[in-house]
Each structure stands twice: as structure tokens, then as C-alpha cells.
Design a protein around this ligand. Structure first.
Ligand code: GDP
Ligand code: MG
Length: 440
């Protein structure tokens, strides 16, 4: 796991105020080492480190987020980008059956993937057909036939005498007759990349003109995955990859290299031997899994989300100088009402109490009432609530114009001053406390 290797990187940033080229140099060396140990190929690591360093030094400081946490976030975001950013869905043919050709070395899980994909597509409501174009071992055809039965999809085969490209072509004809939505062509792999295998794949590809050519890669291949992916991509042209055996003792290296070396995304991952053990590849989930820093990331994201830097500073100034007025009151209440996430953020700051769902509901209820009262206040009254606190005449007028009782208006004014006091206490608490510790 990368996690342990990266820990020393974050630790080296303890106590620094801001990320600089100088103070990230050493942590970056740790990250580089950790990536290499996780079997990411060297050229990929080089480019990655370069890009992280550049972004880390250039990022704005987010209030309440420590520099080491900020670096975690940059590394995470770059990992996600490195793996393609978004989920890459399967491409379906516009007309006629969608043809998926599977390629890959022997034993990586191609035949298993055929069944898994068929199962996945069936759940999506697509009808599938499997084509047995691995003719070198009779057992391979039997294996696919058994798997097809298990999933409940037909398997097209012609025994071991026919040519794979011819089988694929005939399989496609059959699929058209049966009106199958998708055909998945299983092919033979070799222990190593060799010419005969590539030529055969090229022929099959030419024969059926597949919508998708997916390279099945064993996650445990590690940094060799990079070379493998580029040679398959150069030779036959792939549209994506499927990473299998992620449930095994994989260090994540293969996942990080595929997109960078081929420009083609990982579309699925296999995480076990059962037919249901296949799922779309989510770069963000993978990055989190690699970093093992989910807590820190969600903290940083929430901090970014809730408090845009200037806003927070502005608000803080107001609160500390006791100028918190009806406009801010309204804004704050709107914010709390809108955001359940606010309560999660508060919950992440040690020593702070969570805003409970009941409080949020209460805020939502108050908001309507408050808005109707504040709307009839003069601009001056909104800015300086003291005016209302000091003048009964003003409160009377506001009550009349908003259709509320004088008592309700008095209560609202009192509430604002209470909120002021509370906010001041809260800001004091935030300033006094540290954000959550990463090694908790
Ligand atoms: P092929 O030679 O590429 O067709 O590979 P197979 O589909 O025959 O799979 C080879 C072996 O790997 C079989 O024993 C599969 O059960 C196993 N296998 C395939 N995918 C996975 C996976 O995601 N996780 C695990 N643990 N085993 C897998
Ligand atoms: Mg096979």
C-alpha cells in the first residue's frame, strides 16, 4: 500500500505555513519513492511528481486547512487526473450489435471477464452473446460455455479447427440473426507478447470491426503493465482496458500507468472470481483507495465548499468586531438552511458541536419568518440592528409592516444579538483549535 510510504511525506510538512518549492522538495521525494514502490513506472512517476510540485506551490491557501492536508488534496486530484478523471463508459454501436473484443496475455482473466461483462450488460437490459475465439485449448471453449450457462447467455463456438477471425465473423452473423445487442469475443492469450498473438488479434479485429477493443490487464503485473499496454495499443489499437484481480495483493501501479502511457482509459475493474465481481472504474475512488486519506480529503473539500476564502474572512471580521447584522443574519441562516454539509464540517473540527438535523429544520422554519420581517426593515436598520433594539417606535413599525406582533419582532432582534454572541464564541473556538489530525 502506498499509504505508509506517503505518511512520512505529510509529516515533513508539519509546522510549515505555506507550501513552497523548498519545503515540498523532501516530501516529494517520499512520494516519488512511494509511487515507485507501488510499481508505478518511472516515466509516469516523473511526470506526476512534476505536475504535483507545480500545482502544490501554486495553490491558494484554504482557511483552516494545513499545508500537509493541502498537499494530500493536490496529490489526490492529480492521481484522479492521471487515471482519466471521469468514469469511462462502454461505447455502444449506433446500429447493429455492439462488438467487444477482449485481448490480453494468458491467465489475466479474459474468459472470466467475458462472463462478468455479459452479466453486467444483462443487468442493464442488454442481450449478449459470447464468442469463443480461443482455439488453442478445448478447455478454453468449455470454460466459456460453462460460464455462459451460468450467466444465461448463448455462447457461439466452432471447436478448435476453425480460424479465430472466421469464428468471430460467423459469431457476429449469428448475433445479428438473434438480434443480440452485444457480442463479446474471447480470444487466446500467450504468456508473453508475441507476433503470432498480435497478428491473430489484428485479423479478428479486421474481421468484425469491433466497437470496443478492451485489453485485460492483471493488476498484479505492476509496472510491466505500462509496457504491455503500450505494445498492445501500438500493435492492434485498443479503446480501453479492464484491470483484473484488484482483490489480490496489488500495489496499484498498473492502475496508475494505463491512461498515461496509452491515452486510453480503464473502463472496468475485476475484484474477484465471481461473475458479479466487476464494476466500472472510478478514478476518484481508486485515488482514495491508494492514498487512504478519505477523511482529510473530505475535510479539505468541505472547507473549500463552505467557506470561500474571502467570504470567510469578511464574515470573521464582522463577527469579531461585533458588526454582525441582519443582512449577515439572513445570509447565515440561508446558508445553514441550505447546507446539511455545514453540520458535517463543524463535526470535523474537534471540540465543536455538530449542528443537528433538528437545528437545520428549525433554521429553515425561522428563515421564512425572518425574511418577511427583515424585508420591511430599512437598509440602515438591517446594517445596524442597535437601532431596532433601542427604539420601540421602529419595532412597532416593522411589526405593522410585516404583519407580525411587536413581541415577535423584539424576539428576532434579541435572537440576532444572541447569534452575534454565539458566533463570536464559535469563531474563537475555531481559531483556538487545530483542524483534524491526519494520523487519527
Ligand atoms: P484468461 O486466460 O485470460 O482467459 O483468464 P481466465 O479468465 O481463465 O482467468 C484465469 C484465472 O484468474 C481464473 O482462475 C480466474 O478465476 C481468475 N480470475 C479472473 N479474474 C479474477 C479477479 O478479478 N480476481 C481473482 N482473484 N481472480 C480472478
Ligand atoms: Mg481464456
Amino acid at each position: 500500500q502506498l499509504t505508509t510510504g506517503l505518511e512520512s511525506a505529510w509529516n515533513k510538512l508539519r509546522g510549515v505555513d505555506v507550501l513552497t518549492k523548498e519545503n515540498i522538495a523532501e516530501p516529494m521525494r517520499d512520494i516519488r519513492r512511494a509511487l515507485l514502490e507501488a510499481d508505478v513506472s518511472l516515466p509516469v512517476v516523473r511526470r506526476f511528481i512534476e505536475s504535483v510540485s507545480e500545482k502544490a506551490v501554486g495553490t491558494d491557501v484554504i482557511r483552516g486547512v494545513r499545508p500537509d492536508q493541502q498537499l494530500v488534496k493536490v496529490v489526490n486530484d492529480e492521481l484522479v487526473q492521471l487515471m482519466g478523471g471521469e468514469v469511462s463508459d462502454l461505447v455502444f454501436a449506433k446500429s447493429g450489435p455492439t462488438i467487444i473484443l477482449l485481448a490480453g496475455l494468458q491467465g489475466v482473466g479474459k474468459t472470466t471477464v467475458c462472463a462478468k461483462l455479459a452479466f453486467y450488460l444483462k443487468k442493464m437490459g442488454k442481450s449478449c452473446m459470447l464468442v469463443a475465439a480461443d482455439v488453442y485449448r478445448p478447455a478454453a471453449i468449455d470454460q466459456l460455455t460453462i460460464l455462459g450457462k451460468k450467466v444465461g447467455v448463448p455462447v457461439y463456438s466452432e471447436g478448435t479447427e476453425a480460424k479465430p477471425s472466421q469464428i468471430a465473423k460467423n459469431g457476429l452473423k449469428e448475433a445479428k440473426v438473434n438480434k443480440a445487442d452485444v457480442i463479446i469475443v474471447d480470444t487466446a492469450g500467450r504468456l508473453q507478447v508475441d507476433k503470432a498473438m498480435m497478428n491473430e488479434l489484428k485479423e479478428v479485429k479486421k474481421a468484425v470491426n469491433p466497437t470496443e477493443v478492451l485489453l485485460v490487464v492483471d493488476a498484479m503485473t505492476g509496472q510491466e503493465a505500462a509496457g504491455l499496454v503500450s505494445s498492445f495499443n501500438d500493435e492492434i489499437g485498443i479503446t480501453g482496458a479492464i484491470l483484473t484481480k484488484l482483490d489480490g495483493d496489488s500495489r496499484g501501479g498498473a492502475a496508475l500507468s494505463v491512461k498515461e502511457v496509452s491515452g486510453k482509459p480503464i473502463k472496468f475493474v475485476g475484484q474477484g472470481e465471481r461473475i458479479e465481481d466487476l464494476e466500472p472504474f472510478y478514478p476518484d475512488r481508486m485515488a482514495q483507495r491508494i492514498l487512504g486519506m478519505g477523511d482529510v480529503l473530505s475535510f479539505v473539500e468541505k472547507a473549500q465548499e463552505v467557506m470561500c476564502q474571502e467570504d470567510a474572512e469578511e464574515l470573521q471580521k464582522k463577527i469579531l468586531s461585533a458588526k454582525f447584522n441582519f443582512n449577515d443574519f439572513l445570509k447565515q441562516t440561508q446558508m445553514i438552511a441550505q447546507m446539511g454539509s455545514f453540520s458535517r464540517l463543524i463535526g470535523m473540527i474537534p471540540g465543536m458541536n455538530k449542528v443537528t438535523p433538528a437545528q437545520i429544520r428549525e433554521a429553515e422554519k425561522n428563515l421564512k419568518f425572518m425574511e418577511s420581517v427583515i424585508n420591511v426593515m430599512t437598509l440602515e436598520e438591517r446594517e445596524r440592528p442597535e437601532l431596532l433594539a433601542e427604539s420601540r417606535e421602529r419595532r412597532k413599525r416593522v411589526a405593522k409592516d410585516s404583519g407580525k406582533t411587536e413581541q415577535q419582532v423584539s424576539q428576532l432582534v434579541a435572537q440576532l444579538f444572541q447569534m452575534r454572541a454565539k458566533m463570536q464564541k464559535m469563531m474563537g473556538a475555531i481559531q483556538g483549535k487545530e483542524s483534524p489530525d491526519m494520523d487519527e
